[in-house]
Design a protein around this ligand. Structure first.
Ligand SMILES: Nc1ncnc2c1ncn2[C@@H]1O[C@H](COP(=O)(O)OP(=O)(O)OP(=O)(O)O)[C@@H](O)[C@H]1O
Length: 242
């Protein structure tokens, strides 16, 4: 389990962006984080993945407090919203294999793992292409491959639907629905209430700098007044129940 306890964060100023955040991402679950633009969903993901350090509060993995945020990177992978911040190498194959070589895997093992993920995502045609000339959607698929190939225990995807066409998103959806069955946790931020309702096992809603609401999709989306105040859409399937 990845747990945040009373976490506070601010960028430059003394004004906190996130305040007193306590939450738990249990293993093997599909989790969605919802909230209006600029409420701090990306910031929360960057804290969970060790890229940002809390100003106050604690982060635990399996009840062990992680005092050095860099250590979170061993457990957590994050796919950024903007793929340009993720792709580092000149060619797609190099980019996806970079992390595996970095932690010392043999060439043959790297090839097997990279080919597997390329095939899962259906991006065989991109394998030897220069990363700089890919479309945004293609870059997004490669940046997802970059993270999935590392097989982290906790996988954060910042708005997984961004830039992807319907068919590519279905592929990504299939993969992120399978991973929890292997005990991994997938945590997404999204503005798509319908998708969150259908897909997630658990939902956190962030508002006013903190966790405003959390629970099963059924519970969260039954809190109509709170959601309307925040400006979140009630899923179509839930509206039909009323
Ligand atoms: N590097 C930064 N320096 C200063 N302020 C930042 C920085 N990054 C984000 N912010 C601010 O922090 C707040 C939270 O931003 P964040 O990107 O975490 O929100 P979000 O919920 O992911 O937004 P969206 O739904 O629009 O993607 C915003 O007010 C944003 O302007």
């Amino acid at each position: 389990m990845l747990k945040l306890e009373n976490v506070y964060f601010s960028y430059e100023s003394k004004n906190y962006i996130l305040e007193d955040i306590s939450l738990e991402f249990k293993k093997g679950l599909k989790i969605a984080i919802l909230g209006r633009n600029g409420c701090g969903k990306t910031t929360l993901m960057l804290l969970c993945s060790g890229i940002l350090k809390p100003k106050k509060g604690k982060i635990f993995i399996d009840d062990l407090e992680i005092k050095n945020p860099g250590l979170l990177k061993k457990h957590v992978g994050i796919v950024f919203q903007n793929p340009d911040t993720q792709l580092l190498a000149a060619k797609v194959y190099q980019d996806i294999s970079f992390g595996l070589f970095n932690i010392g895997y043999e060439k043959q093992v790297v090839k097997k793992k990279v080919d597997e993920i390329i095939s899962k995502l259906g991006i065989e045609h991109l394998k030897y292409r220069p990363t700089q000339f890919l479309s945004y959607g293609q870059k997004r698929l490669v940046s997802i491959a970059d993270i999935l190939v590392m097989e982290p225990e906790y996988i954060f995807l910042d708005e997984p639907e961004a830039y992807l066409d319907y068919k590519s998103f279905l592929k990504v959806q299939e993969i992120i629905s399978e991973l929890p069955k292997e005990g991994k946790s997938v945590i997404i931020s999204t503005h798509d209430s319908d998708f969150a309702f259908e897909w997630a096992d658990y939902i956190y809603v962030i508002d006013n700098k903190t966790v405003a609401l959390h629970g099963t999709p059924d519970y969260v989306f039954s809190q109509v007044e709170i959601l309307q105040e925040i400006g979140l859409k009630i899923p179509y399937a839930k509206r039909l129940e009323v």
